[in-house]
Structures are given as structure tokens and as C-alpha cells.
Write a protein that binds this ligand. Sequence first.
Ligand code: NA7
Length: 499
Amino acid sequence: MTISHERERLRYAVIGAGMAGLLAGIKLKEAGEDFTVYEKADRLGGTWRDNRYPGLTCDVPAHAYTYSFAPHAEWEAYYAKGEEIRNYFELTATKHGIIPHIRFDSEVVSCIWGDDEGCWTLGLPTGEQVKADVVIAASGVLHHPRMPDIEGIDSFAGRIFHSARWEDDAPVDGVRVGVIGNGSTGVQIITALHDRADNLVHFQRSPQWIMPVPYFRYSEEEREAFRRDPALIDAIRYDEEYWSNIHRFTRAITEVDGPDIAMVEQLCLDNLENSVRDSELKEKLRPDYRAACKRLIYSWSYYDAVQQPNVVVEREGIARIEPEGVRLKDGRLQPLDTLVLATGFEADRFIRPTTVRGRNGASLDDAWSVRPTAYYAISIPEFPNFFMLNGPTSPVGNFSLIDIAERQWDYIEQLLEPLRQNKAQAVEAKAEALAAYDERRIEAARTTIFGSGCSSWYLDATGVPASWPWSYEAFADAMAAPVMDDYALTPALEPATAA
Ligand code: NA7
């Protein structure tokens, strides 16, 4: 008798139940695969679970920030609030039957490839070990808060916390609130708190360019129309002008002397010149680097907020934090009751601190000792059947990361084909393919607007922009079909036979 040639079903482990992990779960469920999503927290939602600060809003239009297969009619406004997005992910995960596949409170602390077994062993904090043939690392990009190294930070007598660890019972109404940091987060918090706090101080180490964007609320009649006719949602999601703006934006990033970046710069400059009345404040808010070098901030109300009489923009450097407030380098004290650290994230962590070891014990920390990288942001040599969503070198910018993750998933599915058909036991990028990709990528990245002379979380530890440095079209083309010659396939085991 011959035992079936069909291999047993692959076992998939998805790490993270945020936007990308849920996407993987939904797609694996549709394909009838055997999978588990491991989530360290007790709730899904990733960045939209962690961040709960007042004013949290996604700067991608709401209808464009959904899965393509799960349009949503209920958005309150053109840009969605964080809570609405969190609810959307819960609703979508429930609708697609993913919740029973998620193991909450289950941080994956190690991920070890067994050369003999030809599969991964995942370790959980309880000591439990689980096997998986394929690992999908969907652990997010901005999830490790970066705490500022400011003298005296532990001495503050009021409430102090990072923006991604918002403390709901911390006083903000009618008290003195300080916000350190003016990335998208700090700007949104100031915008939300100016009419709640008694005094609001925005500590800015470097000012930011602000791109003016429209904002409007959808009426109940409009939502009803979206419910009745999903084509109306598509009309927004696939709107020609929206997409031509995305293409223009990626051209602006990559062609630093081109007309598109000139237009972005002019829009930001006009916004500053025309919106800020006081000339001293205007100069405080004027950046000395090019627009879009740091991630561009989209706001329809920040300049209004900072012109309110109870709001102060503080450009003087911080000397230290004292029990009463923030002491500035010129000796002044800004007395505060609550201090928010909107100081960003450690953007180079990705799946770490999880211990990841591939073939022959290869360590991910060693592979990433210079910078985190992956072939086309997906696969790393020596780490077989280990695929990343929104991994290192993935595009980041002012567009939907859901769309990016969906395209990456389509690419990963093509890599999975030989495994699913039992033509290979494992697939991973070839070392020479990654080296050539990185060489081209780094050369291109140096000349993008991100590398034009500012500090930002877009730069890796060596100062090279870490993101996809080419156009959106180039990304879409690359994701449409992997170059299979750039991948090493481990032959499938010979089918067992028995008499
Ligand atoms: P960002 O964009 O990394 O911004 C962090 C801000 O914090 C930025 O203004 C920094 O100033 C400031 N910062 C960081 N450390 C310090 C210290 N030690 N002292 C003073 N100021 C400091 O983080 P966000 O959370 O706003 O946004 C992250 C992304 O989330 C955003 O781009 C969206 O994609 C969503 P700097 O500019 O370095 O002078």
C-alpha cells in the first residue's frame, strides 16, 4: 500500500492581531488553512489598541483605510478617529470568524527553526511550545514607545506618561498640560486639548511642516447611502484624484528636485504664511528642513489650536524635568500638572525582542546588526518560511498601510504555492538576492527627500532612510509576482511509502 502523497496541512503561526495579522488570518481562513494568531495583549487592534490619546485620528481618508474586501459605511467623518478604527477591526475580525483563532495574552517570546524537523518552534511565556511550518510576522512597526532621555524625568510630581500609554484618569481638563514632541501624535493631542486644558504647552525640539487637508463630517443620510450602495464607497476609495495624489506624493519623495515636491513644499509654506498671524509665532513654527523630510503632518486645525490664548509653543530646549514642571535651558520653569511624552517609537525593532533563530541557529539580531532588512520587505535568507508584513524596507508614508499589507500578502501567497503543493518544504530569499536588493535600495534611499537633512524615525541607525525608496507603482509591480529565481527552495521530503 502506498501512503498518500499529499502532505499534511501546513500549520501557520501569525504573530500579532493588529491590522496585518488579522489580514493574514482572514486570508488563511478563506483558504481553509490551519492557523493560529498569537497576540500578546488581551485585545486585538495593534497600534489602534495601544494608542488611545485624545484627538487620535488616522491621516488616511477613512474609506481608503479599510481592507479592500471589507468596505465600511459607518465612518463619522472623512478622517476616522482611532476608536472607530479599532471597532472596525473588531467588527471585521468577528465577521470573518477570526476571533476563535486568536490566542490572546500569548506573547511569542521565541521563534526557533529546527533544522532536523523542518519547522518552527514558538515559545510562549508560560513555557509552552508550539510548532508551525510557516510564520507570518505581523508584529507592527511603531509599537515600542521611545522614552526621552531627559534629566529628572522620574522626579515629576504630576502625571507623566507616553502618548501610547494614555492614562485615562490623568487630569487634563482645567489644568496645566505639557506635551513634549510634535510629530503627528503631539500635533493631534494639542489640537484635541486646547479647549480642555487651562494652559497647554507644546514643547518642540524641531518645528514641523503642516500639510493642510480638508475635513468634513458625513451626515446620517450619507452613511445610509453608503450602506445602500457600496459603489459610493468605491468611488471614494478608488477616487482618481486620491490615487493621483498618492502617486504624486511618492514621486515627490523620490524626485527631490521635481515639480511634485515643489508643490508639497509650497502648500506647506502657504499654510504657515497664511494661517499664523503673529510673526514671532510664525518664525517659531518655521522648519529649517524640507517638507516631507520628516513624515508630513496632515492637519486642518493645528495652527488654529496654537493660536489660542491658553496655548504656548515652547522652542527653548529642555534642561530637565523637575517636580513642578519642565525647566528650560534659559532658566524658565513651565509649571505643569500633566506631562505627555509624545516622543515617538523605536521604529527599528519590528518583531524584536522576540528571539528569532533560523537555519543553523542564525540569529535575527546578527542578521540585522547593521540595520533591519528583508528581501522586498518580506523574506530573510536563513529564515525559511518566515514572512513579514509591513516589515523592514516596506513603504511608509502618507498612505494606507492596509493597502501595502494586502499587496504583500498577495506576494507571500505566491511564495506559499510550492509549499502548499508539496513541491518544496521551505522557501526563503537567497542571500545574494537580498544583498543586491539592499545595495540598490540604499543607493536610491540616500537621494530621497527622507535623506535630505533632518532627523526622523524614517532613518535607520546609520542615517539611511529605511523605507521603500521607489514609486508606488514600482512597489505594486514588485508585489504582483515574486522573482522565484531569487528564492531558495528546500526540496520537499520524499513521500513515505509502506508496503
Ligand atoms: P514621531 O513622529 O517620531 O515624533 C516624535 C517627536 O518627539 C518629535 O517631535 C521629536 O522631536 C520629539 N522628541 C523625541 N525625543 C525628544 C526629546 N528627548 N526631547 C524633545 N523632543 C523629543 O512620533 P509620533 O508618535 O508623533 O508619530 C509617529 C508616527 O505615528 C507618525 O509618523 C504616524 O505614522 C503615526 P525631533 O523631531 O526629533 O526633534
